[in-house]
Design a protein around this ligand. Structure first.
Ligand SMILES: CC(C)(COP(=O)(O)OP(=O)(O)OC[C@H]1O[C@@H](n2cnc3c(N)ncnc32)[C@H](O)[C@@H]1OP(=O)(O)O)[C@@H](O)C(=O)NCCC(=O)NCCSC(=O)c1cc(O)c2ccccc2c1O
Length: 146
């Protein structure tokens, strides 16, 4: 088994934040946000970063990012209606892959309710093969590197 990736829970570790509100149908029968929902908040935060900060245009760009790996550690419950923030940092940029460090915080909290990682690969849509992460993305991503 691969070494577990360090996923710090302190808010000060993260460099980009995306605010959101939990939704009615996030809760399961325990009255908690269900484990599967955390990934949607992580997706939203990364999508927002890529489209708003990096200029990604998923429908028209020749290449886009695909998720090849994701993980989540659940530390404290979240439920509806909570206001939440997802913190983002770049753990690693390779040739064609990027690993994001992520954490979900209740608004105002300094300690995360969940932490995780997403690994994206930059993929040419025509060939469905990996391609080098372009310099303009790399430059903005590096500003979030730990
Ligand atoms: C993505 C693939 C086409 C890659 O296959 P290929 O053979 O071209 O590439 P390699 O295997 O050589 O790897 C290149 C590169 O990636 C690293 N890598 C590969 N697999 C893993 C892994 N499991 N974990 C970690 N890293 C991995 C490898 O080390 C290389 O790194 P370098 O940096 O050294 O280059 C092919 O794998 C494929 O088609 N996979 C299926 C992808 C998929 O269907 N994903 C789910 C749907 S996509 C998605 O959910 C999603 C897409 C978005 O665009 C989003 C955008 C914003 C937010 C969320 C999004 C989102 O959720």
């Amino acid at each position: 088994m691969a070494d577990p990736v360090q996923c710090p829970s302190e808010k000060r570790h993260y460099k980009y934040f995306f605010s959101s509100r939990t939704r009615w149908d996030d809760n399961d029968h325990y009255g908690h946000m269900n484990n599967s929902k955390y990934y949607a908040y992580f997706d939203d935060a990364i999508g927002h970063f890529l489209m708003r900060e990096c200029g990604l245009q998923p429908l028209s760009d020749e290449s886009v990012f695909y998720v090849v790996h994701s993980q989540c550690n659940y530390l404290n419950s979240v439920s509806y209606p909570d206001e939440v923030e997802v913190g983002l940092v770049i753990n690693r940029i390779g040739s064609s892959s990027v690993q994001y460090g992520l954490a979900l915080f209740k608004a105002g909290a300094e300690q995360a309710s969940a932490t995780g990682t997403f690994t994206h690969v930059y993929v040419n849509k025509s060939t469905n093969k990996s391609a080098p992460v372009p310099e303009h993305f790399r430059k903005i991503m590096m500003s979030l590197a730990q």
